[in-house]
Ligand binder design. Structure first.
Ligand code: ASP
Ligand code: MG
Length: 406
């Protein structure tokens, strides 16, 4: 059995007309002898709409009930898609997360996939040409529906491909793959044909919206190559292949630049500089499932220090409550929350073997008159926090400095 896993994002299935267009593409593959698992997102901005509905009632809705609500979006799409395929004379069945045996942990709204019962998917594939699977959802050990975090349909697709051991996974979206940066910010941004898992992972976790970062982690873990392609492009060369790093990739120092305006900076002031303080702070944040990104601790003067970290703006309400508890627990005098920040990151595996990248980055930001607030680095990434208003300007300056338009 030749199996292909394809995922179509919300904009690709926004209307029944678009659903029909995609069903036709799928039918062509079936006629060419393939069986397909088609993973779908909710139509258009459905998920945003559902969240807004809940927020009309409360700003902090119960997470389990939110999953009950949000999972409906994907169910609408898969049912409509299966109806369309059947109307075209194909044999198809839609399944939701629980029906497909996508078992997750119980962290509602950002659940992790624990296992997939691939035997169930295989049984359906034996009986049908196409299995239409809801993206973004699974179920926990209590049998409750869970969702995998925003953009989680990518993860559903990559995990399903890994479980079924297909050759690659195809992600269809509304852009022509991955670019050196967001072309809406820098029109000269160049298309990237091939990128490593690690680079894509760093770009995604740094604000590139093309792919959800956990889906790339999953691709890397199972070495599942991922094709990101434009749903509506006829160009066979469109798209980006995300795969294992190879020796040619290190020749490029900076592969791409990402801008992230979704984080806020929190500073705990006059924190006692004693063993165990950081453990307590980040332990309490972890307990509340808050994903901390950058961390900076100043050197201490008279035994006290300032401790800053960034966390998602989306979780600011819970971050504030937790930070208040933390400040009390560690006797910090006060804390400060600054949502007006932007994170700008340059990413490339070539940084491992090329010197001077950081210097070039900081020089070009200085030339553009941009002040750097925080810096963090990994083997293949340098990120800086700047004022929110400087984010785009920084991306433009860096794109030119590293000649990514060439
Ligand atoms: N519908 C979900 C969202 O908007 C999942 C996805 O699109 O991947 O986040
Ligand atoms: Mg989406």
């Amino acid at each position: 059995m030749k199996i292909i896993v394809q995922k179509y994002g919300g904009s690709s299935v926004a209307t029944t007309d678009k659903i029909r267009t995609i069903a036709n593409k799928v039918a062509k593959k079936v006629n060419a002898g393939y069986k397909l698992v088609v993973v779908l997102s909710a139509m258009g901005k459905t998920t945003d709409g559902l969240i807004s509905l809940a927020e009309e009632i409360t700003k902090s809705p119960d997470a389990r009930e939110m999953d009950m609500l949000l999972s409906t979006g994907e169910q609408v799409t898969v049912a409509l898609f299966a109806i369309t395929l059947k109307e075209m004379g194909l044999s198809a069945i839609s399944v939701n997360g629980p029906q497909a045996g996508i078992m997750t942990d119980s962290a509602h709204r950002k659940a992790k996939i624990v296992s997939i019962d691939e035997a169930r998917l295989m049984r359906e594939l034996e009986k049908h040409d196409v299995v239409v699977l809801t993206g973004f959802q699974g179920f926990n050990e209590r049998g409750d529906i869970t969702t995998l975090g925003r953009g989680g349909s990518d993860l559903s697709a990559v995990a399903a491909a890994a479980a079924l051991k297909t050759e690659h996974c195809e992600i269809y979206t509304d852009v022509d793959g991955v670019f050196t940066t967001d072309p809406r910010i820098v029109p000269e941004a160049k298309h990237i044909p091939v990128i490593s898992f690690d680079e894509m992972l760093e770009l995604a976790s740094s604000g590139s919206k093309v792919m959800q970062s956990r889906s790339i982690e999953c691709g890397k873990k199972y070495n599942m190559p991922i094709w990101v392609k434009n749903t509506f492009s006829d160009d066979p060369n469109n798209g980006t292949l995300i795969k294992e790093e190879d020796s040619t990739m290190e020749q490029v120092t900076v592969r791409g630049i990402a801008l992230d305006k979704k984080e806020a900076k929190i500073t705990l002031k006059s924190v006692k500089d004693t063993p165990g303080t950081a453990a307590k702070v980040f332990g309490m944040l972890a307990e509340k499932n808050i994903n901390v990104d950058m961390i900076v601790q100043n050197s201490s003067s008279n035994g006290n220090t300032d401790l800053s970290f960034t966390a998602p703006k989306e979780e600011l309400a819970s971050v504030m409550v937790t930070t208040k508890e933390i400040a009390k627990a560690i006797n910090a005098t006060e804390f400060d929350v600054n949502p007006a920040i932007a994170k700008v990151s340059i990413v490339g595996v070539g940084m491992k073997s090329h010197a001077g990248i950081a210097a070039t980055m900081f020089e070009s930001l200085a030339k553009a008159g941009i002040n750097i607030d925080m810096i963090s680095t990994s083997e293949i990434k340098i990120s800086v926090i700047v004022h929110e208003n400087d984010g785009e300007k920084a991306v433009k300056a860096l794109h030119a400095a590293f000649e990514l338009d060439k």
